[in-house]
Design a protein around this ligand. Structure first.
Ligand SMILES: C[S@@+](CC[C@H](N)C(=O)[O-])C[C@H]1O[C@@H](n2cnc3c(N)ncnc32)[C@H](O)[C@@H]1O
Length: 289
C-alpha cells in the first residue's frame, strides 16, 4: 500500500466528493432519527496542505490549488458548494491558519464529524497503520466515533445493519489494486443485503474508461435500488491528464438530491476546468421507479 492521501488532499476529486458528502449528511438529517456514517477508507482525517508537495523521495506539485484553491474565495456559489466551503474554512481557521490561503484541509471523517448530531454515530476504517494512528489522534475520544485499523470491506459486513437501521456509507478506496472494483461490487452487494435502504456513495476516478463501464455493468447486475452518478470531468475525453475526472455513484440518493447536485456539478466544471471539454453531469444508472 503506497497510497498517501495527503499528496492529493483538497484536489478537484476531494472537492466533488466532499461537497456531495456534506449534502448527503444534511439530507439524512432531515429525519430526527440518528444514523451511522461508515467511512470504509477513511484516511488520516486532516491534512496540512503545506506538506502536500513533499513526497517520500520526490518533490510533488500540490493539487489543491486546482481544487479547493479555486473555490476558496469564489463568489456566488450555489448553496451546495457554499456550505462545503464554509465548513472547510471553519476547520482551517480552527486549526490556526491566519493566512488568506487554505492550509488545513479536513478529510471525510473530520468533515462529517463537524456535522454529526448527538443521535448520529460514525465508524471509520483505515487499514494503513500510520494513517490510522493519525486518524485516531485527529478524531480524539468520542463515544459516538469508533476508529478501526481494519479492512473497509470487512467493516461493511461487520457494522451493517446498525442499531439505527439507517446508514450513509462512503467507499473511497485508492484504486491501487486490480481487484478494487470487484471488492466494491461485493461490498455493495453485502451492504445492501444487510441494509437495503443504506445510502452508499462510491468515489471512482476516470482513468481507463473501459474499466469504469465494466464496473457500472457489474453494479447494474446487482439489481440495485435507484442509483445516480455524479460526474465531473476537468478535461475532455482525449486529454493526456493522468486523471481527467472522477465521479461518485450514489445508491439510494435522498429525495430531490438531483435538483441541487446537477446544477452544482455544472458550476464545478466551470470553476475546476483544467482543459477544454470540462463537464459536470448527474445521471441515473438505475432510475427511480
Ligand atoms: C482516498 S484515501 C481516503 C480519503 C478519505 N476518504 C477522505 O475523503 O478524506 C484511501 C485510504 O484508504 C486506505 N485503504 C486502502 N485500502 C484499504 C482497505 N481495504 N480498507 C481500509 N482502508 C484502506 C488507504 O491507506 C488510504 O488512506
Amino acid at each position: 500500500m503506497n497510497y498517501r492521501h495527503h499528496f492529493h488532499a483538497g484536489n478537484f476529486a476531494d472537492v466533488i466528493k466532499h461537497a456531495l458528502v456534506v449534502r448527503l449528511v444534511a439530507a439524512l438529517q432531515r429525519k430526527e432519527k440518528g444514523f451511522l456514517y461508515l467511512d470504509t477508507h477513511a484516511g488520516r482525517g486532516s491534512y496540512d496542505l503545506t506538506t502536500a508537495e513533499q513526497g517520500d523521495s520526490l518533490a510533488r506539485t500540490p493539487e489543491w490549488p486546482a481544487g479547493v484553491g479555486r473555490l476558496w474565495s469564489a463568489a456566488g456559489l450555489p448553496d451546495l458548494l457554499a456550505d462545503y466551503v464554509a465548513i472547510i474554512r471553519r476547520h482551517d481557521q480552527q486549526q490556526g491558519n491566519l493566512t488568506g490561503e487554505p492550509r488545513f484541509y479536513p478529510g471525510s471523517p473530520v468533515l462529517v464529524a463537524a456535522l454529526l448530531r448527538p443521535q448520529d454515530r460514525m465508524a471509520l476504517c483505515e487499514r494503513h497503520s500510520d494513517e490510522c494512528a493519525a486518524l485516531r489522534a485527529n478524531m480524539g475520544l468520542s463515544p459516538r466515533c469508533v476508529v478501526q485499523a481494519m479492512d473497509g470491506y470487512v467493516a461493511i459486513r461487520a457494522m451493517l445493519p446498525p442499531v439505527e437501521k439507517r446508514a450513509l456509507v462512503l467507499i473511497d478506496p485508492p484504486y491501487e489494486a486490480e481487484h478494487e472494483f470487484a471488492d466494491i461490487v461485493r461490498g455493495v452487494k453485502e451492504g445492501l443485503a444487510r441494509l437495503p435502504g443504506a445510502v452508499i456513495a462510491i468515489w471512482y476516478p476516470f482513468t481507463k474508461r473501459a474499466r469504469v463501464d465494466a464496473f457500472f455493468n457489474q453494479l447494474r447486475a446487482l439489481d440495485l435500488p435507484p442509483t445516480a452518478v455524479a460526474e465531473l470531468a476537468v478535461a475532455g475525453e482525449f486529454s493526456a491528464l493522468k486523471m481527467r475526472g472522477c465521479g461518485v455513484v450514489i445508491i439510494n440518493p435522498p429525495w430531490q438530491f438531483e435538483a441541487e447536485a446537477a446544477p452544482a456539478l455544472t458550476n464545478l466544471a466551470n470553476i475546476l476546468a483544467q482543459e477544454p471539454g470540462a463537464t459536470g453531469r448527474y445521471w441515473w444508472l438505475v432510475p427511480e421507479r
